[in-house]
Design a protein around this ligand. Structure first.
Ligand code: IPE
Ligand code: IPE
Ligand code: MG
Length: 217
């Protein structure tokens, strides 16, 4: 089975640039190029949705020039994208200023009726915050069934997160979709994100297809 929903933890952009003697910030534009190739292959393979981890709640601790570089790459993407993906966001996009939040609203509106791959971008997102926010909303409403809780997570409405891929050599989730990843298959590669491409995605999907999913049974 092709994974219905893939999570991409796009790690290793800074090291990719540093390894070439470039400023770390140069890694993010390259990262977007790698993402475009990977998404094109995902669409070709019939994947329904891809959630990409682009900025975590912990990444607010990064130096200002790094945050500015990442925000600038993503804002330009938001303004210029004209393909057939449906693009949505999850996370506190208002924390990056009005212009960025406006670019998010813009791309979400422009692409809402698109029939291609669903690209969900986690930006200013953290899995712990997301769980806490969903719990708060349930408390406020006075309804706390599992269904109510899950409907209040940012990933609600997306297909089950079948596969999580992390580039860059680290083997951890770093807060990515902590609730949704409970039974996701995990795939790690040492490749730095800007070096990742469609063939790497195919390798991850092939690995996924060889896994036996048991869900505890
Ligand atoms: C991951 O790349 C993307 C973000 C955190 C926004 P990094 O910037 O963490 O790159 P490395 O891991 O330092 O190489
Ligand atoms: C995870 O990468 C977050 C993103 C890819 C956006 P980090 O580089 O922030 O993760 P840690 O600090 O190595 O856990
Ligand atoms: Mg990193």
């Amino acid at each position: 089975m092709i994974p219905r929903h893939i999570g991409l933890i796009m790690d290793g952009n800074g090291r990719w640039a540093q390894g070439r003697g470039l400023p770390r910030t140069d890694g993010y534009a390259e990262g977007l190029t790698a993402l475009r190739k990977t998404l094109a292959r995902a669409a070709e393979r019939g994947v329904q949705a891809v959630t990409v981890y682009a900025f975590s709640t912990e990444n607010f601790a990064r130096p200002d020039d790094e945050t500015t570089a990442i925000v600038s790459v993503v804002r330009t993407f938001n303004r210029r994208y004209d393909g057939d993906m449906k693009v949505t966001y999850m996370g506190d996009v208002y924390a990056f200023g009005e212009d960025f939040a406006d670019s998010v609203e813009d791309i979400e509106k422009r692409t809402e009726n698109n029939g291609g791959l669903h690209l969900n971008i986690a930006f200013g997102y953290g899995g712990r915050d997301d769980i806490i926010n969903a719990a708060k909303r349930c408390c406020d409403k006075g309804e706390f069934t599992r269904e109510d809780f899950e409907a209040n997570l940012s990933g609600a409405g997306l297909p089950p997160l079948d596969l999580v891929i992390r580039s860059g050599g680290e083997k951890r989730l770093s807060g990515f979709m902590l609730y949704e990843a409970a039974y996701s298959e995990l795939y790690f590669t040492d490749k730095l994100w800007p070096d990742f491409d469609g063939d790497d995605l195919d390798a991850a999907i092939a690995d996924f297809e060889g896994r036996q999913r048991k869900f505890g049974a």
